[in-house]
Design a protein around this ligand. Structure first.
Ligand SMILES: Nc1nc2c(ncn2[C@@H]2O[C@H](COP(=O)(O)OP(=O)(O)OP(=O)(O)O)[C@@H](O)[C@H]2O)c(=O)[nH]1
Ligand SMILES: [Mg+2]
Length: 554
């Protein structure tokens, strides 16, 4: 039986430790390296109403399952919630009212003359549905190999190219790695066999367009992984079933657990757990091994806040042979009768897209290419050519010169799309990762001081006021200090009590302060910009949601 208290001792093996590690991993990023193939109009994926009947574990008729609620972490490590209660958000409101009485800060309005908003063209509305899928999981689990195999199976890479990769990989004594080369495009990644930057590619089924975000598994590149997860609608957690590999990836620490937790914090609602390397000689498509992996993972995934009956689907596969990706391979897995990966993705419920609300585009990257280009996912609202925008937190006005989706110019984009935007009247060094493009008449809030509800997931020692960590909120990374622990929160009873310290598996309400101003919203108002992760010494230690952004004078 899994127990929260005896899990975490192996988080600290591995290379980069310390905030310096995180920082340098970032500064060393070559932001212009990957070919960016953004998607058009990817919609927010809401798994609630399943339109398709999906066999196996997922179907669960008798209970009316409440709405998905972010971050349900239990106080007691042993008690895992059967059902996620939607009442939790109400709890938060209570807490908020009691803890803080201040009025919400008035957001300053900036007066900019706007180009008239063009109507949504029918072609934009009828575009095929776009879904962003991020592949996450421990180093060497097979994420890039599966991504490459999918591209091959859907005709995105041809056989000749793959044969060329196979020859070249052989010369480097890495012959089994050739499939991953479709996504690991730079030399370092191919030489070392490790993804560094989030690789991007796309594939199409009859009804949908999918963007693959291939995240790095190595612990040094977790910040890159967070960037990838923040752009995803669906996450595929890749697990190696190979003897020993599953164990290092999960049981004795490793990125399996961290990635699942980060994906949840990033707002991914639906998780596909792909048990990979089923062809391996230590596995041989053994149902026993498959079930073992599944049983060990389930309690942790519950603890992170995924509802196993509703939000998670397990399936076996082999990235190397392609089995159960596009087509089932019943000879090998008579015991798995569910859909293979690609049809499963294709059958996920359709989502409605909307351009409603003020524009919010957190910037994930920027570079210069005959002007300034910024990259990111539109989290709300609508973006169009000629639009006047304001960059927060520095309140710089700018104008949209052009928008690209899938390397194709487009007139406008709406929430859910990953875009490349050419902007005017601003210098590249005035823009940073984590800044947010906003509608001039409705800016996002910014600040350095905020109150938050924080669940400590993995930390060996106690945490007191004065503790500092690295805050990851949407695409923003900033140092943060816990100024004050306001109260401990018993998530079962809702009881609050004063405390001087907090430890693993507890939930606390605290006041936090960042060094510089960040774009931040309360979770209640705008979840995408109100949930965060705290990392320390290269490890994720807590997840949280913003209750209130405070005035500097508070
Ligand atoms: N036997 C077997 N080996 C596999 C399978 N999938 C991947 N591998 C091998 O596992 C190794 C790692 O594969 P990658 O695809 O690079 O793994 P990754 O998860 O992308 O790794 P990082 O990007 O470093 O996190 C390679 O040697 C692959 O050939 C599989 O289904 N079966
Ligand atoms: Mg990889």
């Amino acid at each position: 039986i899994m127990n929260g208290q005896n899990i975490p001792d192996a988080w600290d093996d591995g290379a980069a430790n310390g905030t310096d590690g995180v920082r340098s991993a970032f500064t060393n990023l070559n932001i212009a390296a990957q070919p960016f193939i953004p998607n058009i109009n990817a919609a927010k994926f809401v798994p609630a109403a399943r339109k398709v009947e999906i066999p196996e574990e997922v179907v669960q008729p008798e209970v009316a399952v409440p709405e998905v609620v972010e971050m349900t972490i239990e106080n007691s490590p042993n008690a895992v919630p059967e059902q996620v209660e939607s009442k939790e958000m109400e709890d938060d409101v209570d807490v908020k009212d009691e803890v803080m009485n201040e009025e919400v800060e008035e957001v300053e309005k900036v007066d900019v003359k706007e180009v008239e908003e063009p109507p949504l063209s029918p072609s934009l509305i009828n575009k095929e549905e776009h879904v962003n899928v991020v592949f996450i999981g421990h180093v060497d689990a097979g994420k890039s190999t599966i991504g490459g195999q999918i591209m091959y199976l859907t005709g995105m890479v041809d056989k000749r190219t793959l044969e060329k990769y196979e020859r070249e990989a052989k010369e480097k004594n890495r012959e089994t790695w050739y499939l991953s080369w479709a996504l690991d495009t730079n030399q370092e990644e191919r030489d070392k066999g490790k993804t560094v930057e989030v690789g991007r590619a796309y594939f199409e089924t009859e009804s949908k367009h999918f963007t693959i975000l291939d995240a790095p598994g190595h612990r040094s590149f977790v910040p890159n992984m967070i960037g990838g997860a923040s752009q995803a609608d669906v996450a595929v957690l890749v697990i190696s079933a190979r003897r020993g590999e599953f164990e290092t990836g999960f049981e004795r620490g490793g990125q399996t657990r961290e990635h699942a937790m980060l994906a949840k914090t990033a707002g991914v609602h639906h998780l596909i757990v792909l048990i990979n390397k089923m062809d391996d000689s230590t596995v041989k498509w053994s149902q026993e091994r498959y079930d073992e992996c599944k049983e060990k993972l389930t309690p942790f995934l519950k603890k992170v806040g995924f509802n196993p009956k509703k939000d998670i689907h397990f399936m076996p596969c082999s990235g190397l042979t392609g089995a159960n990706l596009k087509e089932s391979d019943y000879a090998n897995h008579p015991w798995y009768t569910g859909l293979p990966l690609i049809p499963y993705l294709d059958n996920l419920p359709t989502v409605s897209r909307s351009g409603a609300g003020p524009l919010r585009l957190p910037i994930v990257d920027k570079y210069k290419d005959m002007g300034v280009i910024v990259l990111g996912k539109v989290e709300s609202g609508r973006l169009y050519k000629g639009q006047q925008l304001v960059l927060q937190p520095n309140k710089r006005k700018l104008k949209v010169l052009g928008i690209q989706s899938d390397e194709v110019d487009t007139e406008s984009a709406i929430a859910g799309e990953n875009v490349k935007v050419r902007v005017d009247s601003i210098e590249e060094d005035e823009i940073s990762k984590g800044f947010v493009l906003c509608s001039p008449d409705d800016l996002c809030s910014t600040g350095t001081l905020f109150d938050a509800q924080i669940a400590i997931i993995e930390y060996k020692s106690i945490i007191c006021a004065g503790y500092s960590a690295i805050l990851h909120i949407h695409t923003c990374i900033e140092e943060v200090v816990i100024k004050q622990l306001i109260c401990l929160l018993d998530r079962k009873t809702g009881e609050k009590k004063k405390t001087r310290f907090v430890k693993q598996d507890q939930t606390v309400i605290a006041r936090l302060q960042t060094q510089g101003p960040v774009c931040i919203e309360s979770f209640k108002n705008f979840p995408q910009m109100g949930r965060f992760t705290l990392r320390d010494e290269g490890r994720t230690i807590a997840i949280g949601k913003v209750l209130k952004v405070l005035d500097e004078s508070d």
